[in-house]
Design a protein around this ligand. Structure first.
Ligand code: FAD
Length: 370
């Protein structure tokens, strides 16, 4: 009798400790299954935390249209991309482990060169290439090209489709549109359509701008379009960047990516973008081609170009993972881990990414509402 009681007590303590280890996160609702939602899901799986993911079949995703490139260099002034030394190793191990889970590889290293537009640019490029922190990422100009190292491409749309299918077989997917009117706050959690969750993590990409819980944040959405062309002849075997990226896909197919638009916020392809992309291609190659595919998406970009992470200022049970902008492939792995370590382990968020940096806007939004 005594021993069974102590076993029971032991189990009880283990259960309490597990719960304590997860900081009360026993059952989580993730909203949105693009790159952000997938990254959060993978982190929850890693931590053994139960979750459901709600995704709308009626809302197209930016992830579907993404070229999936990651690049350590910002070409404008030839600077290193923010936190590149931390983000690139994390993204490699993260997408490799997703690949292992799904039995497929999604991440490819690329040979990548920048077309050097002027002597001044070449001078700055070579100066950077001789600096210690840049030398592993770029080489000195040769043949009017600057080579970039440690860049790659993630097959975003295939990975997303495979990951969603995997979560579906695990009975984790709810095909539905989240509506804030369906959510009720409870002590230590929320209910949504009769289901209780300890916490909800919103990963809605550009749609967050319409969500009353998050619409006070300074999103600065950016439409992106890309096209695929078929040429009569092979023109290049490595990825080239002039003002756009020219990405060889084999069989004379090339992805031309991408445009940056700040006015039209529809998810449809436009003739203007097609023209812009084909013009830029013609500046480099003089070969006949036809456009075989067009794709458009809205990037969840942010005024200060840093992701949005953290709990809602007034509702402890809901958090945001958003603002991946133009660099979701690089940012999602590192910052999904960062958010889960914050929610589960109580680690502090980096001030640069914490939504608290915009708390004044939240307070002002309450004044306006009054
Ligand atoms: C043309 C183009 C090229 C790009 N190229 C690159 C690139 O080369 N490299 C790079 O790193 N990034 C690139 N990006 C950016 C990249 O797409 C984004 O950083 C990233 O995909 C954003 O992911 P997300 O999950 O936040 O948003 P999304 O991918 O938009 O996903 C949001 C998901 O949430 C769902 N959802 C939204 N609201 C609700 C709701 N209320 N209820 C239920 N479900 C909801 C949507 O259906 C969608 O599935 C590109 C983007 C575009 C458009």
């Amino acid at each position: 009798m005594k021993s069974s009681c102590s076993t029971h007590q032991k189990r009880h303590h283990i259960a309490i400790n597990l719960k304590a280890n997860r900081n009360g996160l026993e059952r989580v609702l993730v909203i949105g299954a693009g790159l952000a939602g997938i990254a959060v899901s993978e982190r929850l799986l890693e931590r053994g935390i139960d979750f459901q993911i709600m995704n709308s079949v009626n809302r197209p995703s930016s992830t579907e249209a993404a070229t999936g490139m990651f690049n350590p260099i910002v070409f404008k002034r030839i600077n290193l991309s923010w936190m590149v030394d931390e983000l690139i190793p994390e993204l490699r191990s993260f997408y490799d482990s997703i690949g292992k889970r799904l039995g497929k590889g999604y991440l490819e290293p690329i040979e990548f060169s920048k077309c050097i537009p002027s002597d001044d640019y070449a001078h700055l490029w070579n100066k950077r290439a001789s600096q210690e922190e840049y030398e592993k990422y770029i080489s000195a100009v040769r043949n009017n090209l600057g080579d970039i190292h440690h860049a790659g491409i993630l097959d975003c749309s295939t990975m997303m489709a495979d990951y969603q299918a995997y979560l579906n077989t695990e009975s984790k997917v709810i095909n539905s549109d989240f509506d804030s009117r369906d959510l009720t706050f409870q002590k230590d959690g929320i209910t949504l359509k009769g289901e209780f969750y300890d916490h909800a993590i919103f990963c809605e990409g550009a749609y967050a701008e319409q969500n009353p819980f998050w619409n006070w944040l300074p999103f600065k959405l950016c439409k992106g379009e890309m096209i695929v062309i078929k040429t009569e002849l092979e023109v290049c075997s490595t990825v080239l960047n002039n003002v756009l990226n020219i990405i060889p896909m084999g069989n004379c197919l090339y992805k031309l990516s991408s445009t940056y638009g700040w006015e039209d916020m529809t998810w449809e392809s436009t003739n203007e973008a097609k023209l812009e992309l084909t013009q830029a291609f013609k500046e480099v190659f003089d070969v006949p081609f036809e456009v075989v595919k067009t794709l458009a998406g809205i990037r969840p970009t942010v005024a200060d170009r840093r992701p949005f992470l953290g709990r809602h200022p007034n509702h402890e049970s809901i958090s945001l993972f958003n603002g991946l902008g133009t660099k979701g492939v690089m940012l999602a792995p590192y910052f999904s881990k960062h958010l889960i370590e914050h929610l589960v382990d109580g680690n502090s968020l980096m001030p640069d990414v914490n939504i608290v940096r915009h708390i004044k806007r939240y307070k002002n939004s309450l004044l306006v509402a009054d």
